[in-house]
Ligand binder design. Structure first.
Ligand code: APR
Length: 251
């Protein structure tokens, strides 16, 4: 349960802050209707990540993997950003140095107009060539829903295209890692809607804190990432961020 002191405390920190970094996970999109991974009704309850979100799974059965991403693309295409996305988009325009590092591949932060978004795990709206043919850019955007054929072809070589997401066992793009690392030098680091169990993303908040940032966590599960937090606001992001924004506006 969030406390007025907690909300007011975070608002005070944000009012003084110049450099604000936000780390988000699937929970931020839950109110938009995008399923989380590990929460109630989470994707990994019905599907096995090793069967759908690894390179080995794709080489074994690319059609099965694409059917799953196609289902998620269709689902996300029907969703709209919620109040949490809106507040964070407003912050991205308000703070001189604002960075949003998201694990979400749904593109809802961008659709809300958020500036300076780092897609830590890629995007469900991007594709890449499975063969790495070089005949096409490493990643290209394609929001066709549904694709006329699965797997969709690579425009460069006609071979299979793969989803532009980071699968389990795959490294984070070094330039993305470097950008996220720079964002950890901040005054306030807000962590919203992540179970903080998947690394390296789960290690970012602790590193920001070691560098002196004030870390606040927003999650209905008060234990998620609490070990790295100065403040835990146990509630839904769409409600808590709305309260924080009201406190900021009320100054
Ligand atoms: N507001 C804030 N947090 C919420 C909300 C909400 N409305 N609803 C649920 N949550 C919290 C849950 O309590 C849970 O801690 O969001 C978290 C979602 O956790 P996960 O489903 O594990 O999602 P995430 O942390 O983003 O997963 C990390 O794992 O499966 C991979 O690559 C995938 O990026 C993903 C990564």
């Amino acid at each position: 349960m969030t406390t007025p002191e907690g909300i007011a405390g975070l608002a005070t920190r944000l009012r003084r802050a110049q450099r604000v970094t936000v780390l988000t996970g699937a929970g931020v999109s839950a109110a938009s209707g995008v399923p989380t991974f590990r929460g109630p009704g989470g994707l990994w309850k019905d599907f096995r990540p090793e069967e759908l979100a690894t390179a080995a799974a794709f080489s074994r059965d690319p059609r099965l993997v694409w059917e799953w991403y196609e289902w998620r693309r269709q689902r996300v295409a029907q969703c709209a950003p919620n109040r949490a996305h809106e507040v964070l988009a407003a912050w991205s325009r308000r703070y001189p140095r604002f960075t949003l590092v998201t694990q979400n591949v749904d593109g809802l932060h961008e659709r809300a107009g958020t500036r300076n978004v780092i897609r830590f795990h890629g995007s469900i709206w991007e594709l890449g060539c499975w063969q790495g043919c070089g005949g096409s850019p490493a990643r290209w955007t394609d929001d066709t829903v549904p694709f006329p054929e699965l797997p969709p072809p690579c425009p460069g070589c006609g071979g299979w295209a793969r989803p532009g997401v980071v699968w389990f066992g795959e490294p984070i793009d070094p330039s993305v890692l470097a950008e996220a690392d720079r964002a950890l030098d901040c005054d306030v680091c807000l962590v919203a809607g992540t179970s903080s169990v998947v690394y390296p993303a789960a290690g970012l908040a602790g590193e920001a804190r070691r560098r002196g940032a004030y870390v606040a966590v927003v999650n209905p599960d008060a234990s998620a990432g609490a070990e790295d937090a100065d403040l835990v606001l146990a509630g839904n992001a769409e409600d808590v961020l709305d309260e924080v924004e009201a406190a900021l506006a009320g100054a």
